[in-house]
Ligand binder design. Structure first.
Ligand code: B12
Ligand code: SF4
Ligand code: SF4
Length: 374
């Protein structure tokens, strides 16, 4: 630190809260680095295999739960949250329209990683202007960091039964980010009360039964994992339950009573691109690879790549009501040069064939309409 006058850390902490809000974060909290309890929760979760193929969750040893091992010298963590639901975007309505694609509402616009990291860098620079050079690193969902645990300790919310960090005034449709720092700032009070009470709507609503215990998700069953993280074939047992969810899943948040307190985002960057909030499955499935790459540029969706995009959409199409249009869209991809895609397309076609046959059978069984007399 190069500042000559002694630093008033309490006043600096107050200013960090104010600057954070000026930079578009809805909440800012400061905490220490003690995550001992969460280290045990994480170890239990990994031992149960709930991380599936996300090997990065097990790879970093205790660096994830001990911030000072990840960034030596870290004393405090500034935790921030940013609302992301764009205005006028439908949620449950689209989920109920099986010919449309449901894309998780956090992924409709620009990739949040870039936006939030940039804002955190600006916050870090403001602190530097005030106190001189100091140690810091900014993180958003990109490093071995226990983001929700840090946010709970920093007073931003509690762990819901759906494992989301929930805030009583804002629900859970927000992102988290952090600034690790070596400044000995005073800490905020943790959010120690829990407000779920007897409610268990999220557990009942989860389409694949992924909320296996209070605050515990088995990723291998979670549609978010299946559609985004899993590289290979999606286990057949979950395909029907996925419905039209082709990128992520919001169900355990949409049913949560606290979601009614969601405040829409004022960030233009989170506004939906290319009608991703309402596009039909058929239309998205028709995108060529070039179109996919161009239209998802700067979006989180691009990271799954074209092959997984088609894989997920093929399941959505299989789950759509039968129509000629859906069947021919799937048929057009039967020779696509990827075993993964072809296998999911065949599954989708089989679902469509069954629905077509059921429809024909019910037409045959239906009593004939009375003939009109002239
Ligand atoms: C791996 C991961 C996933 C995996 C695994 C999910 C999971 N629950 O871990 C998958 C791919 C499934 C996933 C899905 C989603 N994710 Co995610 N994910 C992460 C990531 C990278 C790590 C999470 C982690 O540490 N998991 C390990 C387990 C052990 O931790 P945990 O589930 O949080 O469990 C804690 C509780 O169980 C608690 N606990 C257990 N028992 C007890 C008892 C008590 C008394 C207490 C207090 C606590 C407690 O301790 C555990 C450890 O802290 C974070 C970013 C990050 N670096 O933190 C984003 C993150 C958690 N994801 C996020 C989002 C938005 C999502 C989705 C909503 C995306 C979507 N719409 O599809 C879904 C929601 C699924 C869900 N209900 O959790 C946000 C969450 C924001 C928020 N408001 O909470 C994060 C923070 C990213 C970000 N920067 O904004 N995700
Ligand atoms: S994101 Fe969807 S699949 Fe995953 S736990 Fe929540 S409701 Fe279940
Ligand atoms: S749906 Fe109910 S149990 Fe689940 S997180 Fe929300 S309040 Fe808690």
């Amino acid at each position: 630190m190069s500042s000559s006058a002694p630093i008033d850390y309490a006043a600096l902490a107050d200013r960090i809260h104010t600057w954070g809000r000026e930079l578009g974060f809805q909440q800012v909290g400061i905490t220490d680095t003690d995550l001992a309890a969460h280290e045990r929760y994480l170890e239990r979760w990994l031992a149960a295999g709930y991380h599936g193929e996300m090997h990065f969750m097990a790879k970093h040893g205790s660096k994830r739960t001990r911030p000072e091992e990840l960034v030596p010298g870290t004393l405090r963590v500034v935790s921030v949250r940013m609302d992301y639901l764009p205005p006028e975007v439908e949620t449950t309505k689209v989920l109920g329209q099986p010919e449309r694609a449901y894309i998780s509402r956090y992924a409709l616009g620009r990739d949040y990683h870039k936006l939030i990291r940039k804002r955190l860098a600006t916050l870090a620079k403001r602190i530097e202007d005030e106190v001189g050079a100091y140690g810091y690193r900014a993180f958003v969902d990109s490093a071995p960091v226990m983001e929700r645990a840090l946010a709970q300790k920093a007073g931003l919310g509690w762990f819901g039964k759906n494992a989301m960090l929930l805030n009583p005034q804002a629900g859970s449709l927000f992102f988290l980010g952090e600034l690790y720092t070596d400044l000995p700032l005073p800490v905020d009070a943790p959010f120690d009360s829990e407000h779920c009470g007897k409610c268990s709507r999220c557990q009942t609503a989860c389409p694949t039964g992924a909320i296996v215990d209070d605050k515990v998700i088995d990723s291998r069953r979670c549609i978010s994992y299946l559609t985004i993280e899993l590289a290979g074939s999606i286990p057949e047992e979950y395909r029907e339950a996925m419905g039209n969810r082709v990128y992520g899943c919001d169900d355990c948040q949409l049913v949560c009573p606290f979601t009614r307190f969601t405040r829409v985002s004022r960030e233009d960057d989170f506004a939906p691109r290319h009608d991703l909030d309402r596009a039909s499955l058929v239309r998205l499935f028709a995108w060529s690879e070039e179109e996919f790459l161009a239209r998802t540029e700067g979006s989180a969706i691009r990271r799954i790549g074209y092959e997984r995009w088609l894989r997920n959409l093929a399941i959505g199409l299989g789950n759509a009501p039968w129509s000629d249009q859906v069947e021919s869209a799937l048929r057009a991809r039967l020779a696509y040069p990827s075993d993964l895609v072809r296998e999911h397309v065949r599954w989708g076609l089989e679902q469509q064939r069954r629905k077509r046959e059921r429809r024909i059978a019910s037409d045959v069984d239906a009593p004939a309409a009375p003939e009109r007399s002239a």
